[in-house]
Design a protein around this ligand. Structure first.
Ligand code: HEC
Ligand code: HEC
Length: 270
């Protein structure tokens, strides 16, 4: 009886079950804490400890991980107000025009971009205000625009919005039902919960804060839709655009971008 312990160890069944239990534990630890975390897209090989913390669900900030460049997009903290649409007065426009000299290189002399930067001419003032505040607060990622917006005061931002509002949208034509429209623009895709673009972006209705997108560069539109789809851009209030873009295919992103970009030449011809 006293030799019970060693005797049972001599029993091959006991020996094998102990050995397999140990082996199984080691394999699951390797799979769960090393292999699975390492195949995640944003794995940064920061050592076993970081992997263990990640796998266990410890917030990155606790384990000292979380470099600023990989921070998740944050929700906007700008509250849209009707009053933002009432910027203006000739003093504000004049001051905005002076400030805008720093912006012409990319956004064009008259707010019509010749590159992949967005047009600003005629953009709704609340959009310019909201986006500049989001860049300034790091809620919308763009190294160029975050750096530029950091130096703008609230007054600068309001005056820039007034200036761009004073420039004509006239070179781009608004969208109407009287033309041939991609299905997503006209009716959306109810089965996939996509509301028609025309119900928020003008044509039928313009939701406060939804930008004027007619005539925007194609590459810019594609890039923004992809960013909303992947969640890289997450400054849209209540995920309005992420919910739309998430269900869109590459072909649809291309189709609506080409459609809206094409409005520039249609408007210019008039
Ligand atoms: C070096 C080029 C460059 C300069 C200079 C520049 N921008 Fe931009 N701007 C961009 C790019 C590129 C984007 C799109 C970035 C993104 O993907 O979010 C952008 C985006 C914006 C947007 C968002 C527009 C929208 O439709 O969402 C606003 C507003 C804006 N810029 C205002 C300004 C103002 C005001 C200035 C001058 C103080 C300025 N920018 C100077 C390149 C520039
Ligand atoms: C429920 C309303 C809604 C619908 C439907 C909608 N959008 Fe938007 N969209 C918005 C809002 C609001 C924003 C601004 C988000 C923010 O504050 O950054 C936006 C932003 C965008 C932008 C970024 C523009 C810029 O200059 O920053 C693009 C591009 C865009 N939408 C395209 C589309 C297309 C294409 C469709 C149809 C497939 C669509 N949207 C449907 C509300 C909507």
């Amino acid at each position: 009886m006293r030799e019970h312990g060693t005797q049972s160890w001599r029993n091959p069944w006991v020996r094998w079950s102990v050995v397999s239990l140990v082996a199984l534990t080691v394999v699951s630890l390797l799979v769960g804490f090393v292999w699975l975390p390492s195949v995640h897209g944003d794995f940064a090989a920061q050592g076993l400890w970081a992997s263990i913390c990640r796998a266990a669900g410890v917030p990155a900030s606790w384990s000292g991980e979380a470099p600023a460049s990989r921070r998740a997009p944050q929700a906007t903290d700008v509250v849209l107000e009707r009053s933002m649409t009432r910027v203006g007065g000739s003093a504000a426009v004049g001051r905005g025009a002076t400030l805008a000299l720093n912006c012409t290189m990319c956004h064009g002399a008259q707010g019509m971009s010749a590159s992949a930067a967005p047009n600003l001419a005629g953009q709704y003032p609340e959009v310019v205000i909201k986006q500049l505040r989001d860049y300034k607060a790091g809620k919308r990622a763009s190294p160029i625009m975050e750096a530029l917006a950091r130096n703008l005061s609230d007054r600068d931002i309001a005056d820039l919005a007034a200036y761009y509002d004073s420039l004509p949208k006239a070179r781009t034509a608004p969208t109407t039902y009287d033309e041939s429209l991609p299905a997503l623009v006209r009716v959306g895709a109810p089965l996939r919960n996509i509301a028609p673009c025309i119900s928020c972006h003008g044509g039928v209705d313009q939701k406060l804060g939804a930008p004027w997108i007619e005539g925007m560069p194609r590459d810019y539109l594609v890039a923004q839709l992809q960013a909303f789809r992947s969640g890289r851009r997450g400054n849209d209030g209540e995920a309005q655009m992420r919910n739309v873009a998430r269900a869109m295919t590459d072909a649809e992103v291309e189709e609506v971008s080409v459609f809206y970009a094409g409005k520039a030449s249609a408007g210019a011809a008039k």
